[in-house]
Design a protein around this ligand. Structure first.
Ligand code: NAP
Length: 291
C-alpha cells in the first residue's frame, strides 16, 4: 500500500512554484499577489485562511488578508471584492466560505472577476471546466489531480466512484476524472445522498473519492481489494482527550480500509495540503495571465 502523503506531494509542487517566483522577482517584476477575505471568526475558516497566507509567504507570493465583521452587510463585502477586482496589483481573490446567513454566497462568487477567480467557483470557470477549456480548477480537485500525478497513479480506463456532488469538490472532481487528461479517462459514477446502492457501486470502484463530510463513512466492506482511496473529508469531532478538544476525521475509516487498498490518502496530511498547492498554482497562473 502506498501512503499518498500530502506533505511530500505538496512540497514538490511548492518547490516548483517557489523557483518560478524567484525567477519572476529576479527579473525585476513584482511577486504574485493573493488577496483573501475572511468574514467573521469561525475557527476552521481562521485556520484555513491562516494556512493559505502562510503558504503564500513560503513560496514568495505577496498576500493580503481582509477581515470583515460577522454581521457585515452584503453590499460592503461586494464593494471590497470590486476594489480588489480593480486593483492591478492583485492577481487572485478568494472569499473564505461559508459566509454568514445575511450574505448570498452565489452573489459573492459571481462578483469576483473571473480572471482573478483562483478558487475556480465562478460559473464562468465551472463552465469552462465542463467544456475542457483552460480555466481555474477548484483547488481541492486540482490538488487531487496533482497528487495522482505526483504518485503516478494510473487512472485511464478505471472506474472511479465520487461520493458527493458539491460545486467545490465532488462535481468538478467527477468532470476532471472523466476528461480526456493524463490523469483522467476514467469511467465515473457520481453519488450523493439519494444514491440507494452506494455500497454496491463502491465495491465496483478502482478509485473512490470520498467527499461527503461524514466521518469514517467509507468502511472496509465498501472497498474492493487494491482500490485507490482519496479521502477529502475534514470534520472536527469532539474529543476531550485531544489538546484542542477535537480531532480531525476524514470520510474514510482509515485503519480498517487501508490494508485493502493499493494507495490511500491520510487525514490530516493528505488532500488538505494538496488543496493549498492547487490554490498556489492557480494564483501563479492568474499572475502570468494578467501580467
Ligand atoms: P457539501 O457541500 O456538504 O456536499 C456533500 C455532498 O455529499 C453532497 O453532494 C451530499 O449529497 C453528499 N452526501 C451527504 N451525505 C451523503 C451520504 N450519506 N451518502 C452519499 N452522499 C452523501 O460538502 P463539500 O463542501 O463538498 O465537502 C465535503 C467534505 O470535504 C467535508 O468534510 C469538507 O469539510 C471537506 N473538504 C475538504 C477539503 C480539503 O481541502 N481537504 C476541501 C473542501 C471540502 P446531496 O447533494 O444529495 O446533499
Amino acid at each position: 500500500m502506498i501512503l499518498l502523503d500530502g506533505k511530500i506531494a505538496s512540497a514538490a509542487v511548492k518547490t516548483g512554484i517557489q523557483e518560478q517566483t524567484q525567477q519572476i522577482i529576479a527579473s525585476g517584476k513584482r511577486a504574485p499577489h493573493l488577496a483573501a477575505i475572511l468574514v467573521g471568526t469561525n475557527g476552521a475558516s481562521e485556520t484555513y485562511v491562516a494556512s493559505k497566507v502562510k503558504n503564500c509567504e513560503e513560496v514568495g507570493f505577496r498576500s493580503t488578508l481582509i477581515r470583515l465583521d460577522s454581521n457585515v452587510e452584503e453590499a460592503v463585502l461586494l464593494q471590497a471584492i470590486r476594489s480588489l477586482n480593480e486593483d492591478a496589483e492583485v492577481d487572485g481573490i478568494l472569499v473564505q466560505l461559508p459566509l454568514p446567513k445575511q450574505i448570498s454566497e452565489q452573489k459573492v462568487i459571481e462578483a469576483i472577476d473571473p480572471s482573478k477567480d483562483v478558487d475556480g467557483f465562478h460559473p464562468s470557470s465551472a463552465g469552462k471546466l465542463v467544456q475542457g477549456l483552460p480555466t481555474f480548477i477548484p483547488a481541492t480537485p486540482y490538488g487531487i489531480m496533482l497528487m495522482l500525478e505526483h504518485f503516478d497513479i494510473e487512472t485511464k480506463g478505471k472506474h472511479a466512484v465520487v461520493i458527493g456532488r458539491s460545486n467545490i469538490v465532488g462535481r468538478p472532481m467527477s468532470i476532471l476524472l472523466s476528461s480526456n487528461l493524463k490523469r483522467g479517462n476514467c469511467t465515473v459514477t457520481i453519488c450523493h445522498s439519494q444514491t440507494p446502492n452506494l455500497q454496491e457501486l463502491c465495491l465496483q470502484a478502482d478509485i473512490i473519492v470520498a467527499a461527503l463530510g461524514r466521518p469514517e463513512f467509507v468502511k472496509a466492506d465498501m472497498v474492493k481489494e487494491g482500490a485507490v482511496i482519496i479521502d477529502v473529508g475534514i470534520t472536527r469531532v469532539d474529543d476531550a482527550t485531544a489538546k484542542k478538544g477535537f480531532r480531525i476525521k476524514g470520510d474514510v475509516a482509515f485503519n480498517e480500509v487501508s490494508p485493502k487498498t493499493s494507495a490511500i490518502t491520510p487525514v490530516p496530511g493528505g488532500v488538505g495540503l494538496m488543496t493549498i498547492a492547487g490554490l498556489l498554482k492557480n494564483t501563479l497562473q492568474a499572475y502570468l495571465i494578467n501580467n
